[in-house]
Design a protein around this ligand. Sequence first.
Ligand code: NAI
Length: 416
Amino acid sequence: MTLPEYNIADRNLAPQGKAKIDWAWQYMPVLRMLEERLAPEKPLEGKVLSVCLHLEAKTACLLRTLKRLGATVAAAGSNPLSTQDDVCAALVDEGIHVFSTRGMTSEMYMQNLRSAAAYDPEIIIDDGCDLVCLVHEERPELCAKIRGGCEETTTGVKRLKAMAEEKILAFPMYAVNDAYSKYLFDNRYGTGQSVWDAIMRTTNCLVAGKSVVVAGYGWCGRGVASRASGMGASVIVVEADPHRALEALMDGYRVMSMAEAAPLGDFFITVTGNVSVIRGEHMDLLKDGVILANAGHFDVEISKPHLEERSSSVETVRPGVTRYAFKDGRKIYLLAEGRLVNLAAGDGHPIEIMDLSFAMQLLTALHVLHTSREPGVYNVPEELDKEVGALKLESLGIALEKFTPEQEQYMKDWRE
Ligand code: NAI
């Protein structure tokens, strides 16, 4: 069987894609340090990696590093709206097999995943677990060859754990999302900044003085809420978990149910990883002109069928902004079609944040190659997690305090 080489929009876009990748690369010191350190040994020589990731400039840096360390890389885009066609073209020029076009349909998305899997990988890097699911459902014979992989997102890890629970998961997968270097920086600071960057550039609206409703006070929600508050918004948190609801309260926010928050908010941001968080009964209570955005993994947190049912017309009024003209006269605005707003209507996480996440992906992929474990979902070894943090500090020239022998002894001892 001849393997599909690539499926992208336009190879002529490569120069502008390369410029974007080069820009990102200068702000990725950790990945650069790792590439420099590992390049002489080419630890991925002869290895095949299939990945499903957001195909934009920062991810391109990871893919290029994998390739430079010797791997054959087949990459599918993990979101039709986050794929950047020029970056895909530049990656094809680098010899990477890329399968994604911006705005691809769901069928094309699945076809592109199949093309990435057709390379018979030994390692999978996934974002949302779709590639892992596809391999299990459509290419079960591949599972025995796959040494393992890593998953980037909260939602993907939940799906992997559900697969493991049902004893379906056929190889070890590392929950990169659960590594401290990932969720602390990426979910909290990355999502916190990039969600607001995307909302502001898409709407050009002021945040100060507005009421912002954040649904979900997990790692992402904490970041989204703190940045909104920092810009002068009054923040309302909607949570389902008692500890997190209390945490939000003690962090200084108002906490209430979505039904109570619905008539109060000017902006609503969902970051729960759950379905129908804003649904018909809430939409009936929204103020005229409110802006709805989702930053959780899939476009299901804001119920689009319920928006449509209530509308006499649905129109794109600015790039990334859909206006639902409700039959009762109210106008409700949905950003980025309800998909992850920071990726679909922005540039995604800041570069320096993705540097840490991708360094973790790279170290975990290498770890997978050198270990053999039972199928299951595993945490990234703590030493890899700490290594990423330490490399980042090194790149900044920041020294860590070292324990003295007396301190080491004091901490071990139970005697006074
Ligand atoms: P998390 O598990 O730490 O937090 C989710 C929170 O939502 C939990 O506290 C949970 O109790 C709450 N929740 C669940 N259903 C709810 C409901 N119906 N109403 C109110 N609260 C509800 O997860 P994390 O890390 O904050 O991620 C959240 C979502 O964001 C996931 O889908 C994840 O994949 C996605 N994500 C998005 C990123 C982005 O760039 N936009 C980056 C990282 C993760």
